[in-house]
Write a protein that binds this ligand. Structure first.
Ligand code: ARG
Ligand code: ZN
Length: 844
C-alpha cells in the first residue's frame, strides 16, 4: 500500500493544453474536459492512466470517437494512439455532498476547490501528478455573480466566465470559485511597471475585514522583488476567503484560497497574534508563486522543496516587517512544540520522506518547519551572498520545472563549490540530533567539546553524523562579549573547537539564533543561566537562558518537590524591569515552558511524566512569580497601556503582550478585578480576549463568557475563540466535561474544521485535561474522531496526532489510550488517512 520515492517513473503522456467547462449545479455539476496529450519521449511505459475518484463518467472520446475506458479503483485506463491525441470526457460530480473539502465542494452556498495534493482527480479524470504541467483554459457556466479561476479573465457574459492561465501548471494548482461574493480591490505596480489588479473576495458583510490582508499582499509583492528579485507574472491576483477549509490557505496560481481565519482581520475581532499570522500566511501563499508554482515539485516526496523554502521566505519577511529576534523566538517555540514532538515520536519522518501511504498526512511540521530550518542552516553555512546567488541560479535554471531536492542541492554546489553530500542527511534522516557540550579552559585557551547523536526513529536505526552549524559567542566575566559570533561547523560524531588568547575563562553562548534544529545538552549552573539571561547580546540565547532556567527549576519542583527557584524569580524580575529591552521580548521571556515541553524533558530524562503534577508545578511557579513580581507587574501594566488608536504593528502588539502578561500576574493576586475592568473597557479583541482568559483562569469567567457570546454570536471566527478559551482555561479535572458540553452547543458542528479544531483541538492542547487519569479526554476525542472520519478524513487524521506522545505516559494511561486507538482502528470503512496515522501511532 505505501508508495516509494525509489519507484518514481516519468509520466507516460504529457499535456500541451487543457480546456475545462464547468456547468455548475450544487449536487450535479458537469465537468467537460478536452485535453491534448502526447507520448512522453522519456517515459518507460506507454500505458495511458488517468486518476479519478468519486466521478460519474458520462462519456469519453479520443480524437472525437467515443471510447469505453477500463475503470479501475483509482481511475481509468484506455487504449490510445501512438501519437498526439485529444481526450474528451464528461463527468458528473456532487459538490454539495463533498464534506471532505477536497476537490470541488460547497461552503455556505459558494463553490470552491482544494486540489493539493491529489484533489483534482475528484473533479475530472486526469494524470493528477505534479510533474504533468499544462496550460489551462476554463469556462464556468452558472448563475453566480462571481465566477473565478486561475490566470486572466478572457470573457464574461450572461451566465458564464472564461479564464486562461498562460503559465503551465500541475493540476494541484487549479482552482475555481463561484458565489455571491464581494471584493475589496487594490492594485500593485511591479518593478518593471506591470499593473496588477488585486482583489480579496469575501462574503457580503466581511468587506470590512480585508484592508489588512490587502496591505500584507502588497508588502509581500514588494518584498519578493526587493529581496529575491521575483516579480509577479499575471495582470490579476485574486484571494478568496472560505469558511470551510481543511488547512490555512492554498497557493493556486493567481487565485489563492484562504481559510477565512487566515485572511479576515479587524481590530475588534482579531488579536495581535491573528494579525501577525495573517500577514505571514498571505506572504507565504504569495511567495509560492515562485517557489512552488513557477518551480514546482516533481513528485510529493519533494514537498519540502516548495514548503520548506516558502516557510523560510515567509519567516524572513516577518522578521523584516516586525522584529527579527521576536519572530525567531516564536518560531523556535513552535518548532519545539510541534516538530520536536513529531521527530521524537512514532510519526517521525524525514524532511524528504522515502515512502508514504496518504500524502495528506505529510503536510507536517517536519516538512514545513524543519524543512525551513534546513534552508536556514544552508544559508548560515554558505553565507548570505552565496545563498542569494544560489537562489538566482535556482530560479534561472529551474523556472518551469518540476524539480527535486537533488536539483536544489546541485544549485548550491554549483554556485558555491561546496560538497553537500553530508548536508543531504538533513533531508533523508529523521530525528532530532542531540549535541552534548562540555568545555575546559587552560593557558588562555578555551575549548568546546561537542558530540552529536540522533536517536533512532521508525525505520531508521542508525544515524550517521550530520553537518551542524553551531553559532557560538563568548562572554567575559563582566558580561562583555569577548568573542563575537562564529559558526562552528560540526561534521564528526565528536569534535573540539579551540578559542585562544583569552584572559579568563569565558561563559559560552552556544547555538546563537538557534543555528540548527538540535537539542543542546550541557550541564551548567543556574547562576550561569542567569548570567547569560542578563548579558547575552544574542536575543535568542538571552531568551533561551531564561527558558532553560525556568525549565530546570520546574523539573526540580516536579521530581524533587522543590520550591520555586529563587534564582529564576530574581533573574526574571531583573529582566522584566529592564525598560531597555523590547516589551515583546520581555513578554516572551515571561512565558514558561509548556506542559508538553516539560513532559518531553521528563521523558528524555527517564522519568514518566504525570500531567497533573506538571500542571500543579506550573501553577505553583506562576503563583510564586506573581507574588515576587507584584510591584513590577503593577508598574508594567500601567506603563504599557496603549493609548493611541489600535495598530496591529510590532510596537503596539509588544506593549499589549507585556501589559497582558502583567495582567496575568495581577489576576493571580486580585482574583480578576483588574481583568474585569479591562474586559469591560476593551475596544479590541487582543485586550478583550486576554481579559477573558484571565477571568476564566481566576474562576470568575462566567459573566464575561456569557457577555462575550451575546456580543459575538454572529461572528464565527470570534465564536471559535469562545469555544477554545473555555476549554483551555478549565481545571484539568473539568476539561473533558467542558469540551463535551460545548460539543452539545447548537453552534458546534462537524462540518466546519475551524469549529472542530476550536473545540476538540483545544481539548488536545490542554495536556493535563486531555491526559486526566479518568480517560474522559481520550474517550471524548476518539468519539468525535470516529464521527468526523466518514465526513472529513484529512482533519480527522491530523487531529489523531494528539495521541502521538502516548508512549511517554504510565501504564494506566497507555492502556486507556491504546483502547481508544484500537476502537478507532476497528471502525468499518475507516479512511486511508486516519488508518495510516492511527496505526503508525499505535505501533509505537
Ligand atoms: N500548499 C498549501 C500551503 O502550504 C497547503 C496545502 C495543504 N493541502 C493538503 N492537502 N494538506 O500553503
Ligand atoms: Zn505552503
Amino acid at each position: 500500500q505505501p508508495i516509494y520515492l525509489a519507484d518514481y517513473t516519468p509520466p507516460a503522456y504529457l499535456i500541451s493544453d487543457v480546456h475545462l467547462t464547468f456547468r455548475l449545479s450544487p449536487s450535479a455539476t458537469r465537468v467537460l474536459s478536452r485535453i491534448s496529450f502526447r507520448p512522453n519521449p522519456d517515459a518507460k511505459s506507454g500505458e495511458f492512466v488517468l486518476h479519478g475518484e468519486n466521478l460519474t463518467l458520462i462519456s469519453a472520446a479520443i480524437d472525437g470517437a467515443p471510447v469505453s475506458p477500463q475503470m479501475t479503483d483509482t481511475g481509468l485506463t484506455c487504449d490510445v494512439p501512438d501519437a498526439p491525441f485529444v481526450w474528451e470526457a464528461e463527468v458528473e460530480i456532487d459538490p454539495a455532498a463533498n464534506t471532505a473539502l477536497e476537490g470541488l465542494y460547497m461552503s455556505n452556498g459558494m463553490y470552491c476547490t482544494q486540489c493539493e495534493a491529489e484533489g483534482f482527480r475528484k473533479i475530472t479524470y486526469y494524470p493528477d501528478r505534479p510533474d504533468v504541467m499544462a496550460v489551462f483554459t476554463v469556462r464556468i457556466e452558472g448563475d453566480d455573480p462571481v465566477m473565478l479561476s486561475n490566470g486572466n479573465l478572457v470573457a464574461k457574459g450572461d451566465g458564464f466566465a472564461e479564464w486562461h492561465d498562460p503559465w503551465p501548471k500541475p493540476a494541484y494548482l487549479f482552482a475555481l470559485v463561484a458565489g455571491q461574493l464581494v471584493n475589496h480591490p487594490g492594485s500593485f505596480t511591479t518593478c518593471s511597471g506591470r499593473e496588477v489588479e488585486l482583489n480579496i473576495w469575501v462574503r457580503p458583510g466581511d468587506e470590512g475585514k480585508c484592508a489588512f490582508g490587502m496591505q500584507a499582499l502588497k508588502d509581500s509583492m514588494r518584498w519578493d522583488e526587493e529581496v529575491y528579485g521575483r516579480e509577479y507574472d499575471l495582470d490579476l491576483f485574486n484571494i478568496v476567503a472560505v469558511d470551510d477549509f481543511n488547512m490555512g490557505a492554498m497557493e493556486n496560481k493567481g487565485l489563492n484560497i484562504f481559510n477565512s481565519s487566515c485572511v479576515l482581520a479587524s481590530p475588534e475581532t482579531s488579536t495581535d497574534a491573528n494579525f501577525e499570522r495573517i500577514e505571514a500566511i498571505i506572504a507565504h501563499e504569495y511567495f509560492h508563486n515562485w517557489t512552488g508554482n513557477r518551480i514546482t515539485c516533481r513528485d510529493w516526496f519533494q514537498l519540502c522543496l516548495k514548503e520548506g523554502l516558502t516557510v523560510y521566505r515567509d519567516a524572513q519577511f516577518t522578521a523584516d516587517m516586525r522584529s527579527a529576534p521576536v519572530k525567531r523566538i516564536e518560531d523556535v517555540i513552535a518548532l519545539r512544540a510541534r516538530q520536536f514532538r513529531e521527530d521524537n515520536g512514532p510519526l517521525a519522518h524525514a524532511v524528504r520522506p522515502s515512502s508514504f501511504v496518504e500524502i495528506n498526512n505529510f503536510y507536517t511540521a517536519t516538512i514545513y518547519e524543519k524543512g525551513a530550518e534546513v534552508i536556514g542552516m544552508l544559508k548560515t553555512l554558505v553565507g548570505d551572498a552565496a545563498y542569494y546567488s544560489a537562489l538566482d541560479l535556482y530560479f534561472e535554471r529551474h523556472d518551469g520545472d518540476a524539480a527535486t531536492i537533488e536539483d536544489w542541492l546541485q544549485v548550491f554546489e554549483d554556485a558555491t563549490g561546496r560538497d553537500l553530500t553530508q548536508f543531504r542527511r538533513w533531508y533523508d534522516d529523521a530525528g532530532t540530533p542531540r549535541v552534548r557540550v562540555t568545555d575546559d579552559f587552560a593557558d588562555g585557551t578555551y575549548t568546546l567539546h561537542l558530540s552529536q547523536n540522533t536517536p533512532p526513529t521508525p525505520g531508521q536505526d542508525n544515524k550517521p553524523p550530520r553537518v551542524i552549524p553551531v553559532a557560538v559567542g563568548l562572554l567575559g566575566s563582566d558580561g562583555d562579549e569577548v568573542r563575537a559570533t562564529e559558526v562552528l561547523e560540526m561534521t564528526e560524531a565528536k569534535q573540539s573547537f579551540r578559542f585562544e588568547g583569552l584572559n579568563a575563562r569565558p561563559v559560552p553562548s552556544i547555538l546563537r539564533d538557534f543555528s540548527a534544529p538540535v537539542i543542546i545538552q550541557r550541564d551548567t549552573s543556574p547562576e550561569e543561566r542567569a548570567f547569560v539571561l542578563a548579558h547575552d547580546t544574542d536575543p535568542f540565547n538571552k531568551w533561551e537562558a531564561g527558558r532553560t532556567l525556568a525549565r530546570e527549576g520546574l523539573l526540580e519542583m516536579i521530581c524533587q518537590n522543590e520550591d520555586p527557584d529563587e534564582r529564576y524569580l530574581d533573574a526574571t524580575l531583573t529582566m522584566a524591569r529592564d525598560d531597555s529591552l523590547d516589551p515583546a521580548f520581555r513578554a516572551l521571556a515571561l512565558g514558561l515552558p509548556s506542559q508538553d515541553d516539560l513532559a518531553q524533558a521528563l521523558h528524555d530524562g527517564g522519568t514518566t511524566p504525570d500531567p497533573q503534577v506538571i500542571w500543579d508545578a506550573l501553577e505553583t511557579l506562576k503563583q510564586a512569580r506573581a507574588q515576587a513580581m507584584q510591584d513590577t507587574a503593577t508598574r508594567l501594566y500601567a506603563q504599557y497601556q496603549v493609548t493611541e488608536p489600535y495598530r496591529p504593528d510590532a510596537a503596539q502588539s509588544g506593549a499589549r503582550a507585556l501589559a497582558n502578561a502583567a495582567l496575568g500576574m495581577i489576576t493571580r493576586l486580585d482574583g480578576g478585578a483588574q481583568a474585569q475592568r479591562q474586559y469591560d473597557s476593551a475596544d479590541n479583541m487582543t485586550q478583550q480576549l486576554a481579559a477573558l482568559g484571565c477571568l476564566l483562569q481566576a474562576g470568575n469567567g462566567d459573566p464575561a463568557v456569557a457577555a462575550f457570546y451575546d456580543q459575538w454570536q454572529h461572528d464565527r471566527l470570534v465564536i471559535d475563540k469562545w469555544f477554545s478559551l473555555q476549554i483551555l482555561h478549565a481545571r484539568p479535572q473539568d476539561t473533558a466535561a467542558v469540551a463535551e458540553r460545548l460539543t452539545r452547543h447548537p453552534d458546534f458542528t462537524l462540518k466546519n474544521p475551524n469549529r472542530f479544531r476550536a473545540t476538540l483541538g483545544a481539548l488536545t492542547m490542554s495536556p493535563a485535561g486531555f491526559h486526566h487519569v479518568s480517560g474522559a479526554g481520550y474517550a471524548l476525542l476518539a468519539d468525535w474522531l470516529i464521527q468526523l472520519d466518514p465526513l472529513n478524513p484529512q482533519t480527522t487524521a491530523r487531529m489523531s496526532t494528539a495521541f502521538e506522545t502516548w508512549r511517554r505516559y504510565d501504564d494506566a494511561r497507555q492502556t486507556l489510550i491504546s483502547a481508544q486507538l484500537d476502537r478507532i482502528l476497528a471502525q468499518p470503512k475507516l479512511s486511508r488517512d486516519t488508518t495510516e496515522m492511527v496505526s503508525r501511532i499505535r505501533e509505537a
